[in-house]
Ligand binder design. Structure first.
Ligand code: AMP
Ligand code: FES
Ligand code: ZN
Ligand code: ZN
Length: 300
């Protein structure tokens, strides 16, 4: 087998695209494919000011790199979650990377205005990932809006999206099925959110990151014992092995055939009485956490 575009040995064979490519042509293909996805879903253009949420992992750093390399205006945002050594090491990776590409990086340290995830977990009945997700979304949106960014981009890949979809189909979680698109349009107080890597797999992104010399953090968050999502990813990979192309088709056909069946749900949003951020309740989730921390400090 040889690369589709030159006599070199392939670095990858993508069964789902029936495409073998050498390193050089793979990097070109990957970038073209992601940029086509950005255009296909009308995520943003070169005139947008983009904020990329970077965790230090391969997906978000690869996305940030790809956007800047291809002439998009993209700054980074790192949320320091206060998860011990893991957070310290991921912050170092993100900072070093920002320096290397000469990009602006914004950092929000949860311990300054709230508390780190380990302390927040102790005061709620929710799982670490659910609290963490809420706090991250709150900060992505707040920093983007206040900084004048028109869009927030995250590094969610096809495996993330397809496994979440499968899990929600298995559980017939209709609330999710109606609204999990690769683009969430802006609305009152909310900046547009996009997932440009939604059509590339974890493996494809990892190879791109490797070939482009991106130094990312490989370890997982110590709280991410989310066995369900790992299990659904494995199941999908087994199906993919047997029927190449299923993962991508499962996700794209959902977007094309199923999403439109759901009526767009009008969100009943108000502004949080305390911080002014958009919220479905009078006091937003983050301000409730802050109140709870104050109560506890008071009792002590
Ligand atoms: P995860 O929920 O960990 O799979 O991450 C999904 C996406 O959220 C990543 O690709 C990043 O774009 C973003 N993200 C996760 N953790 C952070 C963080 N600590 N700071 C900024 N962005 C993050
Ligand atoms: Fe949020 Fe691990 S990254 S709980
Ligand atoms: Zn080639
Ligand atoms: Zn609030």
């Amino acid at each position: 087998m040889r690369c589709k575009f030159c006599p070199s040995k392939p670095a990858i064979y993508m069964k789902e695209h029936r495409l073998a490519l050498c390193s050089k042509h793979y990097v070109e293909w990957f970038e073209r494919y992601v940029i086509r996805t950005i255009k296909e879903f009308r995520m943003f253009s070169k005139s947008d000011k983009i904020l990329v949420a970077v965790s230090g992992g391969k997906d978000s750093l690869a996305l940030w790199h790809l956007l800047r390399k291809n002439g998009y205006s993209a700054d980074g945002l790192y949320i320091h979650l206060g998860i011990g050594e893991y957070s310290e090491r991921s912050k170092e990776k993100v900072e070093a990377f920002a320096k290397r590409i000469g990009a602006q990086l914004r950092i929000v340290d949860l311990s300054e205005d709230l508390a780190g995830i380990p302390d927040l977990v102790k005061i709620t009945s929710r799982s670490a990932c659910s609290v963490c997700g809420m706090v991250k979304r709150y900060n992505f949106n707040k920093v983007a809006r206040e900084g004048g960014y028109s869009v927030v981009a995250t590094g969610h890949n096809l495996d993330d999206e397809a496994s979440a979809l499968l899990s929600n189909v298995i559980n017939w979680n209709l609330k999710y099925l109606g609204k999990k698109a690769p683009v969430l349009e802006e609305e009152e107080g909310f900046v547009r959110k996009v997932k440009p890597l939604c059509k590339v797999t974890e493996k494809q992104t990892a190879l791109y990151a490797l070939l482009e010399g991106i130094d990312f953090i490989e370890e997982e968050c110590p709280f991410s014992e989310d066995a369900t999502s790992v299990f659904f990813k494995e199941i999908l990979n087994q199906i993919e092995e047997r029927f190449p192309g299923t993962k991508l088709r499962f996700y794209l056909d959902y977007l094309r055939k199923v999403m439109p069946l759901f009526e767009k749900e009008e969100r009943d949003l108000t502004r949080c009485r305390i911080c002014g951020e958009p919220s479905p309740t009078e006091v937003c989730g983050v301000c409730r956490l802050k109140d709870r921390l104050k109560e506890i400090a008071h009792v002590k």
